[in-house]
Structure formats: C-alpha cells, structure tokens
Write a protein that binds this ligand. Sequence first.
Ligand SMILES: Nc1nc(=O)c2c([nH]1)NC[C@@H]1CN(c3ccc(C(=O)N[C@@H](CCC(=O)O)C(=O)O)cc3)CN21
Ligand SMILES: CC(C)C(=O)C(=O)O
Ligand SMILES: [Mg+2]
Length: 265
Amino acid sequence: MPKAITVPAIKAMAANGEKFTMLTAYDATFSSLLSGLGVETLLIGDSLGMVVQGQESTLPVSVDEMVYHVQAVARGNKGALLVADMPFNSYGTVEQCLDTAGKLMQAGAHMVKLEGGAWLCESVTAMSRMGIPSCVHMGLTPQSVNKFGGYKVQGREDDAAKAMINEAVAVAEAGADFILLECVPSDLGKAITEAVPVPVIGIGAGNDTDGQVLVCYDMLGLTQHRLPKFVKNYMQVHGNYEAAVTAYIQEVKAKTFPSKEHGFE
Ligand SMILES: Nc1nc(=O)c2c([nH]1)NC[C@@H]1CN(c3ccc(C(=O)N[C@@H](CCC(=O)O)C(=O)O)cc3)CN21
Ligand SMILES: CC(C)C(=O)C(=O)O
Ligand SMILES: [Mg+2]
C-alpha cells in the first residue's frame, strides 16, 4: 500500500464525494490481505465475540480481548486506518471511556468506535481533547440488543428518525470524527449523511452514506448462520477472496453496492 490512510484523508474523500470502504478484521492475516487489496479502513469489531468466539451476542467481549485483536490487526496492517470497537459497558462514564479508549489506542488503533447518541457528547469531546478520534455508532446498536428485543431496524417512526438526525448533529458538533449507521431506512441514511459535516459509514443504511462496512466473514460467505439482509456474498459471485474483496471495493466506489435489495424502506 502506498501511504497510510489518515482521518483527514477519509474526511477529504467524503468531502469530494469519493466513497470509501471498511471491512472488519480480527487477526493479522485478514488485516494484511484486506489492507493490501486497498480497503481504506479496517474495523476491529466486537462482532468478533460472535464470529470468532461463538458467543450469542457481542456483550461478553472484554477490553483485554479487544486489545489482543487490535494488536494482531496492527501487526498485519499495510496502511489502513484502524478503528477499534469499545466493548459493552466499557465507556459508561467519561473517565471509563478515556481509560478504555487509551488502551485501544496504545494497542495500535487509530480511532475508537462507541455505540450511542447524544449522551456520548461529553465523552467524545474529552477524547477529542486527548487526541483520540472517535466514531459514534447509531441506529441498530448491537450492544443494546436486550433493550431492542432483537436486531431490528431503527428509526422507522417519524419521531425516532428526527431524533436520530438531531443526535447525529450533536455528536458531530461535540467532536465525533465519523458516524456509523446500522440498519436504518435508506432515506434516513441519506438525511443524516446530508445533515452532518463528518463522514458517515453505513451498514444496512442505503447507498447514500460516504462509506460502507460489512463483516468480512459475511461478504466472503464464511458465516454459518442466516445472514442479515444488508449482506452481499461476494465469494459466491467471484470465487476467490482477492476477486471478492476487489469487487466489493469497486461496487462501493461505483455506488452499485448496496443496491435496493440490501436496504430497508
Ligand atoms: N456475522 C455478523 N454480521 C453482522 O453484521 C453482525 C454480527 N455478526 N454481529 C453483531 C451485529 C449483529 N448484527 C445484525 C444481526 C442481525 C440483523 C438482522 O437479522 N436484521 C434483520 C432486520 C429485521 C427488521 O426488518 O427489523 C434483517 O432481515 O436483516 C441485523 C444486524 C450486525 N452485526
Ligand atoms: C457490524 C459493525 C458495524 C460492528 O460494529 C462490528 O463488526 O462489531
Ligand atoms: Mg460492533
């Protein structure tokens, strides 16, 4: 890979209308492969609790486990921007948030991601002051699966959609560098992308967001259980991982992925 991708570089891409890609990576081998093929950003997602550890949800994942995977991904990385998930119950107060984020950054992350909304503003500002870039994950936030009662599309009601737009603006004003939207109607994905001045990454949020993310095992057809509607199995179409990942990058750039069938009304 030529030059390492930075937060300002992604912001410049988004400002120029150039789409960028993100895939999850949990180990050095995937990190090296995916970054080497040109995936701009890698997410060390707490989805590793489900796809690597075999847990029922992302909730059992610990900070120490995240640190271990971030270190592995950092060793294999060839220039991608590394984003690390803050695991469940590791950022409930400003103090705890700084403690967790510091550990993930010292493990090799370039940015941390945390699930929530406007209630995170104070923590986001504190991290920004400390020089820690952040991505706020909104919409379907899997760490709240027990509140939601399942992995359900969020922001379908008018009031909920308006509230989500306002909260996205608030966290961006507080200093969030990126916003990630999971499982929201495509028109809400578009509205939030237009409302905030920072790059928005989508998963099941339509094709108007600035970037797209998928769990790498899902798009490579490795996942054994039923796949969410937003996933496209690129291995089925392309037959080998290099062609599959290259096609994903090309389709995101061309805005042909995600198509209508991968989104929610
Ligand atoms: N392998 C894997 N892929 C993921 O994308 C993923 C994980 N694991 N683990 C953590 C969370 C859980 N995620 C999920 C899981 C299921 C749905 C799902 O089945 N959604 C329904 C929407 C139903 C509705 O209309 O409300 C779907 O049909 O896609 C969505 C996100 C996303 N994340
Ligand atoms: C699905 C993505 C956005 C995530 O948070 C994860 O992989 O943990
Ligand atoms: Mg996650």
